[in-house]
Design a protein around this ligand. Structure first.
Ligand SMILES: C[S@@+](CC[C@H](N)C(=O)[O-])C[C@H]1O[C@@H](n2cnc3c(N)ncnc32)[C@H](O)[C@@H]1O
Length: 279
């Protein structure tokens, strides 16, 4: 299973759902792509990320970021024997904090597919944006998936503590993914700190955490301090350049959109990554 192929199918479906004709859609998407890449380059830690309630913005995010983010989550699984051990179990409960766009789930499914693992996967996506549910449902439908997969979608807004009691299975998760989510909520200040601390406090002993994010010490020093205070042991911690080292991942799968919009999907990045375990 290749992330670019999954994303191409999702884009084809969601493109048709954007209101307007081809000309107005393409103009709106082109504008959203420019705005989004600029926002992630310059204002993320101070002002936060894009408003994903707009279908054009969600389309732009899936095109620009989901293939690489899904692949890097897959890759991080392959770098940890502890996490790979979880995928050898008959059943695996995974909670994706900020997993709305489906990248984390696609990364885990790529691992299951490519490494011939066959756990029954129970995946809970927790995100503040209800509209991702629609895009994500398309992802799940698109995958002609043969092994058992159970999914759930829970709304928690990290900026609003009154939403954090919405019923979820965080306390039962064997594996958490925090993929490009912590930097997205960093601008929420104390609420962001408390939200991650709240999730880590609920995590059971032995639960593993996969974190990929931007290589920016303002953000990852903050994240590491929350993890240390929450009794998380660091199993892996590094930062540097990441690429998609997988010859089978062909960005040409989304080539028609690259031609239309004059902007390519992300293929490289300066990242920080962690594998943690709750003591
Ligand atoms: C950069 S995306 C990361 C998505 C995915 N994990 C990935 O790797 O591509 C950030 C996610 O955080 C969610 N988000 C943003 N602000 C949030 C908040 N205050 N509370 C909960 N989720 C939020 C967005 O809806 C989006 O799904």
């Amino acid at each position: 299973m290749k992330c670019f192929n999954v994303v191409q199918q999702v884009l084809d479906t969601t493109y048709a759902e954007i209101p307007g004709n081809e000309g107005t859609r393409d103009a709106a998407i082109r504008e959203a792509l420019k705005k989004m890449s600029n926002q992630y380059r310059t204002g993320l830690l101070t002002s936060g990320g894009p408003d994903f309630s707009d279908p054009v913005t969600r389309f732009a995010y899936v095109y620009l970021y989901v293939p690489a983010h899904a692949h890097w989550l897959y890759e991080l699984i392959t770098w940890s024997s502890d996490v790979q051990g979880l995928f050898q179990r008959p059943r695996l409960r995974m909670t994706c904090l900020g997993g709305g766009p489906g990248s984390d789930l696609v990364g885990a499914l790529k691992y299951i597919d490519e490494r011939n693992a066959s756990p029954t996967l129970f995946c809970e996506i927790v995100d503040g944006c209800v509209q991702w549910k629609q895009t994500w449902s398309d992802l799940a439908f698109t995958l002609d998936w043969s092994s058992p997969l159970h999914t759930d979608y829970v709304i928690h807004d990290a900026a609003d503590p009154s939403t954090w009691s919405a019923p979820c299975n965080i306390a039962k998760a064997d594996l958490f993914t925090i993929n490009f989510f912590a930097s997205e909520i960093y601008h929420c200040g104390d609420n962001a700190t408390d939200y991650i601390a709240h999730a880590f406090a609920k995590a059971k002993s032995g639960a593993l955490v996969l974190m990929n994010d931007n290589n920016d010490s303002r953000f990852y020093d903050w994240f590491d301090a929350i993890a240390a205070a929450a009794n998380m042991e660091t199993l892996l911690s590094d930062q540097g350049q990441r690429k998609i080292y997988d010859g089978g991942e062909q960005s040409s799968a989304v080539g028609k959109y690259a031609e239309k919009f004059g902007m390519s999907s992300r293929l490289t990045g300066q990242l920080a990554w962690r594998v943690l375990q709750k003591r």
